[in-house]
Design a protein around this ligand. Structure first.
Ligand code: ZN
Length: 382
């Protein structure tokens, strides 16, 4: 039998969700959390509640809708809440530090939750990993460019040189690749790489995008997370230390830091003459660069298109020109740039809508001064 007290308590907990800050998950920002940590006093989404179970010595979770609540638990939840928990556990989050959202993978969320509550990294600077120590060295499994086999490679991140590099032989003196940290992007890609701890690193070489895919074995995911944040720390290292813990600085720093791709997926494309047959390719929209690959795990983009802003003459249309009919997929997209038209086709209408929304986001955003230089490079590319 459920007592009337318990029903009242559950209603009281539910009402607490209306208090400022409690309407979104305290860890990933997902809307309408249905779980709560009754030892920390905050509300979380179902996925984050599952990750709190991994730190059960610190955080105990229960369902707002299904579990019984005692009066003292409700009072505790009322006295703390998401805003107070964040004020405590996120007080010293460095500006470069990656804060996962509800669309991020489990590794990112779990490491964020462990850093906050288990290691209490943001309560005292001394408890933090030395992210911006200037030099890191370690081994990662890297996918071979040609055979797709993963081999152990030595990586070095050097803030002084402003580079990330890796070596093919463990005792090699000459690196196999030197990546300028200012051109590096890194994103966790578990499903694409096929391992829970897979990281895609892209960088520019002669202004073209190169991909490398790496992972750490199970149990070492924290090291990969640390390396990821160390790359971000390195990307702002030339800035003053004053911005280290400033939330206001984050928006200023964002263009310098690693970012998630706006969208990825298959589309068909035709060539510049628009008479060739449409071919299926893997597309990645990374900020203003639309790249395409024969295989999602290719090392090099086959081609890249710069997507500017509407003020600069760029448009995306959800159709193909009337004289074009040869696509195998039916849902066309035309990207008009000042120089030419690019024709794509999507498999389904929802996919076409998703791509259109992604292109509109980029086109509707005014260009930054440095983006004109990138555009100029694309225009004069051989
Ligand atoms: Zn969450």
């Amino acid at each position: 039998m459920i007592s009337s007290d318990q029903i009242t308590n559950r209603q009281r907990v539910k009402r607490l969700l209306e208090k400022p800050g409690n309407g979104t998950c305290a860890d990933c920002g997902a809307e309408d959390p249905e779980w709560a940590s009754y030892t920390l006093g905050m509300f979380v989404c179902q996925i984050c509640s599952g990750l709190h179970r991994n730190i059960a010595h610190i955080s105990k979770v229960k369902s707002i809708l299904l579990d019984p609540w005692s009066s003292s638990e409700v009072e505790f939840m009322d006295s703390v809440g998401n805003e107070a928990t964040k004020a405590k556990y996120e007080q010293l989050v460095p500006a470069f530090y990656y804060r996962p959202t509800h669309t991020d993978c489990t590794l990112l969320r779990e490491q964020w939750i462990r850093a906050k509550y288990e290691r209490e990294e943001f309560l005292e600077v001394q408890r933090q990993e030395p992210y911006s120590a200037g030099y890191r060295e370690g081994f990662l499994w890297k996918r071979g460019r040609d055979n797709g086999q993963y081999l152990s490679r030595r990586f070095i991140l050097s803030e002084r040189e402003g580079v990330l590099k890796y070596f093919n032989k463990h005792d090699a003196r000459k690196p196999k690749a030197i990546m300028k940290i200012s051109s590096v992007n890194a994103t966790f890609q578990p499903s694409k790489i096929g391992t829970p701890h897979g990281l895609q690193i892209t960088y520019l070489k002669d202004n073209s995008t190169r991909n490398i895919f790496v992972y750490h074995e199970d149990g070492k995911e924290r090291k990969l997370w640390t390396a990821f944040n160390a790359i971000r720390a390195c990307q702002i290292s030339r800035r003053s230390a004053r911005v280290l813990f400033s939330v206001a600085a984050v928006s200023e720093l964002l263009p310098k830091l690693t970012r998630n791709f706006i969208k990825e997926g298959y589309m068909e494309k035709t060539g510049p003459k628009q008479t060739e047959g449409f071919k299926k390719r893997w597309f990645t929209l990374d900020d203003r660069r639309l790249m395409y690959f024969k295989d999602p795990l290719d090392a090099y983009a086959r081609g890249e298109v710069f997507i500017g802003s509407k003020e600069s003459g760029y448009t995306a249309l959800p159709s193909l020109p009337p004289n074009i009919q040869c696509s195998h997929w039916q849902f066309g997209i035309t990207i008009v740039t000042p120089d030419r038209k690019f024709l794509f086709a999507c498999e389904t209408e929802p996919k076409q809508n998703d791509w259109m929304a992604a292109f509109q986001t980029v086109i509707n955003r005014p260009m930054l001064p440095q983006e004109y230089a990138v555009e100029a490079y694309f225009k004069h590319k051989p």
